[in-house]
Design a protein around this ligand. Structure first.
Ligand SMILES: *Cc1c(COP(=O)(O)O)cnc(C)c1O
Length: 387
């Protein structure tokens, strides 16, 4: 058939997508305002690393900027360059600092490197000796053992009268390793170490808390907070209810099949049906970040008897059965009345009815990893925030 005119007009891409993602920008803006409110006297920044936790730097960055965020954190310089177009007046901090050769990228886009090692610091001293004063931030390690100057070195730097006058950090920061566990004694210890740092760098703004730390109370707020996951609807504190859901992922039902008791499902035949069953084959798989570890059976994680993930359709929770495959996942929809489920319908993978963190836990991971694993196949729809 050569006459394309005989074919129907293309529909809205979202309405016909095999896998699709809705990002509620109004919820994102509301979540940022809520975290700003919970930050009390401190200013709230917005952490938008990894393409705004997988939800899209352009749309999320623009929304957060319009909601009022003026301080942003990205992981790497290239993310800062991208963000600059959407956040013209914002201060953009680059958490991994600066490499030799990136000076121009930083200066042209007005990015602030977060210096986190003696090596970076030495390089930076050379840069400002040559080009003059330029803002930087300083990360101090208070027990994480990831990035940051050792505490003693940071305190020595603060006292060092021989350091160049043009060296003028605009922010000192540290990061809690167990902020999501309010009872962890380490929170208080890290707080005390960081208080030594802020005292030594008197007059310079300070920042300790990501999403979780904001909930630990005013002592943890300092001048600037750094919420990330809470903005995107993920659980910040273990077991605590997240703010509004932002992302809804859905897979389309390609086929519904009746199967007999005793038959098996998916690769490896690891699930045997205990009753006559109706199975929905959904167009989503581990290539879409619907992780293989969400399988109902046939993976090491299920060895302990725990269940796999659930989807949601027609008001019912429906379990994944057998192994999740690259592009397809099988859900047991026997308990959904036949007239309420059809091929072409969408199953919610996570969103307002099945929380991101519930799904993450079923797969042995965290909401952060689910979001940043979403993959390239989703047709995305952004629900605009009202002004
Ligand atoms: C990722 C990150 C944040 C944000 O953390 P959330 O737990 O997502 O709020 C804040 N600060 C640093 C240093 C980070 O790496």
């Amino acid at each position: 058939m050569n006459d394309l005119d005989l074919l129907p007009e293309p529909n809205d891409a979202f309405e016909i997508a095999s896998v699709r993602l809705t990002v509620d920008l109004q919820a994102l803006a509301d979540n940022w305002r809520e975290m700003a409110r919970r930050s009390g006297m401190a200013r709230a920044a917005a952490v938008v690393k990894a393409d705004a936790y997988g939800l899209g730097l352009e749309d999320c960055g623009t929304t957060l900027y319009e909601a009022g965020a003026r301080d942003f954190f990205v992981a790497v310089a290239q993310e800062g360059v991208t963000l600059r177009a959407y956040a013209p007046e914002a201060r953009i901090f680059v958490l991994s600092g600066i490499w030799p050769g990136q000076e121009r990228m930083f200066f042209e886009n007005d990015l602030v490197p977060v210096l986190a090692s003696e090596e970076q610091l030495a390089f930076w001293m050379g840069v400002i000796a040559e080009f003059g004063d330029y803002p930087c931030a300083l990360q101090v390690d208070t027990g994480f053992n990831r990035l940051g100057l050792p505490l003693a070195d940071a305190l020595a730097l603060a006292e060092d009268v021989s350091r160049p006058a043009s060296f003028s950090p605009v922010l000192v920061l540290s990061h809690l390793h167990s902020g999501d566990t309010p009872s962890a004694p380490s929170n208080k210890l890290q707080l005390e170490s960081f208080q030594q740092v802020t005292a030594a760098f008197e007059g310079i703004e300070s920042s300790l808390s990501a999403s979780a730390g904001i909930f630990l109370g005013q002592d943890y707020h300092f001048d600037l907070t750094r919420p990330g996951i809470a903005l995107y609807g993920g659980e910040a504190v273990n077991g605590a209810k997240p703010l509004r859901a932002v992302a809804t992922a859905e897979g389309r039902i390609l086929q519904i099949r009746e199967a007999q008791k005793g038959e098996t499902v998916s690769y490896g035949a690891t699930h045997q049906l205990a009753r006559p069953s109706r199975l929905a084959i959904a167009s989503v798989g581990y290539a879409d970040g619907y992780l293989r570890s969400l399988s109902g059976s046939g993976i090491p994680l299920r060895g302990d008897g725990s269940h796999g993930a659930f989807g949601f359709i027609a008001g019912k929770r429906v379990p994944v059965v057998g192994r999740v495959t690259m592009d397809l996942t099988i859900f047991d929809v026997t308990d959904v009345p036949e007239q309420h489920i059809h091929t072409g319908d969408y199953i919610e993978l996570f969103g307002p009815n099945i929380s991101l963190d519930e799904v993450a836990r079923a797969g042995g991971t965290i909401g952060y990893e689910m979001l940043t694993s979403l993959g390239l196949r989703y047709e995305r729809r952004y629900l605009e925030a009202a002004d």
